[in-house]
Design a protein around this ligand. Structure first.
Ligand code: T4K
Length: 379
């Protein structure tokens, strides 16, 4: 009864960017000459330097993936106690806190940008609070200036989960120049990737030594193990992919902007749909995700119905992020007592639509036309 248009082939929420094959092979050819493919090789060193230049930050460490980078960042800060964070995130954020023996304390999110609501943080601070771990969710910057004020006032560390925020700038500076540490994910699904990969950005150069020890079993020399660590090193194939892809970041962000603008133009006037605001003067966005909130009453159909109908027509969206972290089975209700009205409402309504550089604007138009039809048929 909806008469939606079916795409000829499946379109997923994202599609990994693949650089020209020859560029990757010429980068890895060097590895065959020297037989050194991991443990701080030449490509790793080169990638680190290029990222420092690109991000215009002082210190960077590369790790095997974003999650272990986040855990390593927390361990570097040597914390014990409670960490205030957001429940509207990917599992990694909360698992990093828990795996480091810390207790997550959940703060509600802002109704417009879905990031931690800074006006509610101070109420959650007590004598056990040691840090704030906000997420720049979907790449939209958190209110970093207010978070800085709160952290200074209460002597708390700040570590940003910037998994979604590579390339984002606030007031002309990399978003990672805020807080004690920030983590970018370079996973294959991200706008800029190194197959798998994680980046830690930090101001204090003293962190470098500890990060290097943690990610390499605590080994500080051939006969010395200084601390208990693990293996979280980025290998040379990852670094090669990162080096090649770095050349395409700007082009890919521009393509994503075009797709975002098209979605916004075609969806913004439909009743019951809420979109992110991309018009802040002081922000350079990366357009990494395209989340839409569907209000079941005003739009006329629930988020789940929209997802199902689009799926039947080869359009595969995702509920980033549902359920809230507080509702994960693994926590067995341990975190059910937090007051999170906006996070809950957003998580119940959110659907992230497909976005990746090769997605054609024609396909975006079909997706939007289908969403319009669902609205028209449902009211
Ligand atoms: N913090 C936050 C806030 C995060 O969102 C993440 C990761 C992290 C921390 C941890 O960073 P990493 O340790 O991952 O570096 C995906 C990603 O795996 C994950 O990196 C990401 N967040 C999360 C939001 O999305 P899934 O479970 O949705 O991935 P999957 O395998 O279902 O892939 C999604 C779509 O991507 C597929 O439908 C098709 C496409 N795809 C996927 C892969 C793996 C490709 O086109 N090529 C591929 O190789 O988690």
């Amino acid at each position: 009864m909806y008469e939606l248009k079916r795409l000829d082939s499946p379109v997923n929420v994202t599609r990994t960017f693949m650089p020209p094959f020859s560029e990757f092979t010429s980068e890895i050819e060097r590895l065959w000459n020297n037989s050194w493919i991991t443990n701080n090789g030449v490509l790793h060193q080169e990638f680190e330097e290029k990222l420092i230049d690109y991000c215009e930050v002082e210190n960077i460490s590369l790790l095997v993936n974003g999650h272990l980078a986040l855990e390593t960042g927390l361990k570097t800060l040597d914390l014990k106690g409670e960490v205030i964070t957001t429940p509207f995130t990917f599992a990694s954020t909360i698992h990093a806190i828990v795996n480091c023996g810390l207790k997550p304390v959940f703060c509600d999110v802002d109704k417009d940008d879905y990031n931690i609501d800074v006006s509610k943080i101070e109420k959650l601070i007590n004598k056990n609070t040691v840090a704030i771990l906000p997420v720049h969710v979907f790449g939209t910057p958190c209110n970093v200036y207010e978070i800085e004020k709160i952290s200074k006032k209460h002597n708390l560390k700040v570590i940003y989960d910037a998994a979604h925020a590579f390339g984002v700038k606030l007031d002309g500076k990399s978003i990672a120049s805020h807080g004690d540490l920030s983590m970018f994910s370079l996973h294959a699904t991200k706008l800029f990737h190194s197959i798998e990969g994680g980046v830690l950005v930090y101001k204090d150069i003293n962190y470098k030594k500890k990060i290097n020890l943690l990610k390499n079993f605590g080994i500080s020399g051939p006969e010395s193990v200084e601390m208990v660590g693990y293996n979280a090193k980025m290998n040379e194939f990852q670094a090669a992919m990162g080096l090649v892809n770095l050349k395409y970041v700007e082009t890919n962000i521009n393509k994503r902007k075009l797709i975002t603008d098209t979605y916004v133009n075609l969806l913004q006037d439909i009743p019951g749909i809420q979109l992110l605001n991309y018009s802040s003067d002081n922000t350079e966005y990366n357009y990494s995700y395209f989340p839409v909130l569907f209000d079941p009453i005003l739009f006329g159909a629930s988020r789940d119905t929209v997802k199902e109908l689009l799926e039947k027509n080869n359009i595969f969206t995702r509920k980033y992020f549902f359920p809230l972290a507080t509702d994960y089975d693994c926590f067995q209700g341990e975190f059910s007592g937090f007051d999170l009205p906006y996070a809950k409402a957003i998580s119940d309504k959110v659907l992230t639509l497909p976005i990746y550089p090769e997605l054609s604007l024609k396909t975006v138009e079909i997706i939007c036309e289908n969403i319009k039809k669902i609205h028209r048929r449902s009211i």
